[in-house]
Design a protein. Structure first.
Length: 132
């Protein structure tokens, strides 16, 4: 069995349903030729971190944010232009918001507590101003 089949779908499903122990196992798995599960891959416009954030699966989010690939790669919880973070703020997912703000400090990414990255907020504000 290869958990990287179908675009790393195993970690996507485990993340969506909040199975943190399985996510951790998959993140540590190594196959032939040292192939590994890549939690950054998208499947039908979704990726593991975004699904876990939207479903308030805190332990999954922690595991995914802690992951570092063999070359220092990390997941990007703002890869959906901050929508999942905004969702977490809007729904009051306090632990998810804390994790993402901590991730921002650790990685140097400027995360806006309203739920959008600073760049995205400026982009949206510019779009709204253009519409007036």
């Amino acid at each position: 069995v290869d958990p990287t089949d179908a675009g790393n779908r195993a970690i996507l499903v485990a993340s969506e349903f909040g199975h943190a122990d399985i996510v951790k196992i998959l993140l540590n798995w190594r196959g032939r030729n040292n192939i590994a599960v890549d939690p950054r891959e998208h499947f039908r416009y979704m990726n593991p971190i975004i699904l876990a954030m939207k479903k308030n699966h805190v332990e999954v989010v922690k595991a995914l944010l802690a992951w570092k690939g063999d070359n220092g790669e990390r997941v990007d919880p703002l890869s959906d232009a901050g929508e999942a973070f905004h969702n977490a703020v809007d729904k009051g997912y306090v632990d998810i918001v804390r994790q993402l703000l901590r991730w921002g400090r650790e990685t140097g990414v400027d995360v806006d507590p309203t739920g959008y990255s600073k760049g995205y907020t400026k982009k949206k504000r510019d779009e709204y101003e253009d519409e007036d």
